[in-house]
Write a protein that binds this ligand. Structure first.
Ligand SMILES: [Zn+2]
Length: 262
């Protein structure tokens, strides 16, 4: 079987697991900023507290079947719940097609689910909760070791460490020089992104981070031009760093092939 067919075969379970992972990411988004447990209590309606039936807890399907409302009190289920599931599943499928080896798929799916949750939390409450960064990093790093063992790419672990260290150094310097520019959460997140970009190749590290700044710069400039923000307004940087990293992971080699920046 060729690489293409193998990727297509992996994309189906990756998408289905992505729906479940996205559903879990939604629970993380709902509960972690308020200090709640992600395991207990079981899922319930935020409005009336009624526990969800098993049939209410199927990603995407339940949302559509219930037309976005609680079966008990008919309160609206936030659209964010559906979006988190769809975006996570979409990124998992993309990763199945774009990663150089399927051995790396579990690690990058963990990264993607973590980045989706962190981005949604950052947009919501302007924070990047440390436990989410650490759990994503710990489980994802185990995945990278598995990826190296399976594919024989042991040197990739060294570039992952270098990528993480380089991003930590650069972002810590920015944090130190312009403390109001970003929070320490951004330094932790950039380190995480550097590790996963680095595993795929050191050239992807500056590219992924640069893409984050470019993606962040466009809406920031637009808001300033439209008079909706001043240059001193703060935009959450996490979602842009996450987006830049995922674009770098999926399309970095193609971008560098067309535009040899690094
Ligand atoms: Zn309800």
């Amino acid at each position: 079987m060729g690489t293409e067919q193998l990727s297509a075969l992996a994309a189906v379970p990756a998408g289905l697991i992505g729906l479940v992972a996205g559903s879990f990411a939604g629970v993380v988004v709902d509960r972690v900023p308020a200090g709640g447990s992600v395991i207990r209590p079981p899922s319930h309606c935020d409005a009336c507290g009624t526990p969800l039936r098993a049939s209410d807890n199927i990603p995407v399907v339940s949302y559509l079947a219930l037309r976005g409302r609680c079966h008990h009190c008919r309160a609206r289920i936030p659209l964010r719940v559906l979006m988190t599931e769809l975006v996570t599943a979409g990124v998992f499928v993309l990763l199945a097609f774009r990663l150089p080896t399927l051995w790396a798929l579990p690690a990058y799916c963990v990264l993607a689910a973590g980045l989706v949750a962190l981005s949604a939390i950052d947009l919501d409450v302007r924070r990047l909760p440390t436990p989410v960064v650490y759990w994503t990093g710990a489980i994802g790093a185990a995945g990278l070791v598995l990826a190296s063992a399976g594919s024989g790419r042991w040197t990739a672990l060294a570039s992952a460490a270098i990528g993480g260290a380089a991003c930590f150094a650069v972002f810590f310097a920015i944090f130190f020089a312009v403390p109001k520019g970003m929070g320490f959460g951004d330094v932790r997140l950039a380190t995480l992104c550097g590790v996963f970009l680095g595993w795929l190749g050191l050239r992807l590290v500056p590219l992924g981070i640069l893409l984050g700044f470019v993606v962040a710069g466009l809406p920031a400039i637009a808001l300033v031009v439209l008079g909706r923000a001043t240059r001193k307004s703060q935009l959450p940087f996490g979602p842009f760093l996450a987006a830049g990293t995922l674009v770098g992971v999926c399309f970095g080699p193609a971008i560098l092939h067309a535009l040899p920046l690094f």
